[in-house]
Design a protein around this ligand. Sequence first.
Ligand SMILES: Cc1ncc(COP(=O)(O)O)c(C=O)c1O
Length: 291
Amino acid sequence: MDGMTGGFGLPVLPFQTGVPAQDAFPAKLWARVHARAVRADASTPPSYPDPRGHDELRRQIATYLGIARGIRCGPDQIIITSGFRAGLALALHVLGARGRTALIEDPAFPPVRLGLELAGVKAVPIPVDRLGMEVGAATERIPDAYLAVVTPGQHAPTGVAMSGGRRNDLLQWAGSGNRWIIEDDYLSELQLVGRVAPALASEDIHGKVIHIGSFSKTMKPSLGIGFIVVPPETALRFGEAAACLSPSPSTASHIAMAQFIADGLPRGEQDGSGASTMMRGLRRARDAGRA
Ligand SMILES: Cc1ncc(COP(=O)(O)O)c(C=O)c1O
């Protein structure tokens, strides 16, 4: 197999980039929480679950995002997906991006460019320097751009955080017309260098940022859990699109993830359970890598 469909499922090599530290994943704890969730799900009536994802997980994510990413949102603005890529597809669909132009970072996460192309969106790569994507030059050069797909927290793969000035310019650009920003927050609070930058969505006063999170890096790609946070005015439309085109998968893993996050917030910070154990392990791995 070739291209985007090749190279998956292979053993992880020492120092391999792009995957979380294996020893940071609390396998036994997760297995226990997940087994309990499977049992809980098995005994519920066989009705259709909420296509936006399990209620309690959306509530836990809203709380977590408030604490860790500075985003003030309610569970009704959140849709659980199978990861960043599923969130991107949903956003492109709901925003009606087909036939329009998008600014993407150069370099960018490869599925972004091909994903846009497959969704009928013209992707224009914009250089990234030490301040992040060169927003001003891009918006002047491509005046008809309809959206921008960015990793403002930490650019992938360089790790550069977008400067305050560029963040403002980007928000201003989207807020002053019929334009959108898709924020790929794939690393969440897992900042590798310096202080954790708040999510761009936390500064979005115009309601133009679609924030996409994923547990692929903070937990494990094989869990296949991510989420999308949308401005309140668009929540109904996103919910309808999820209900008709891509309902959220697997309630059992949602129940487990909700419990895992709940255990790590903030009581868990003291008792060392769930998500807090994971984040501590990842920080330790990061610091060991720096030493
Ligand atoms: C820039 C970027 N975005 C998102 C993701 C995660 O994508 P997904 O949630 O679809 O696994 C990755 C994973 O490597 C990434 O590098």
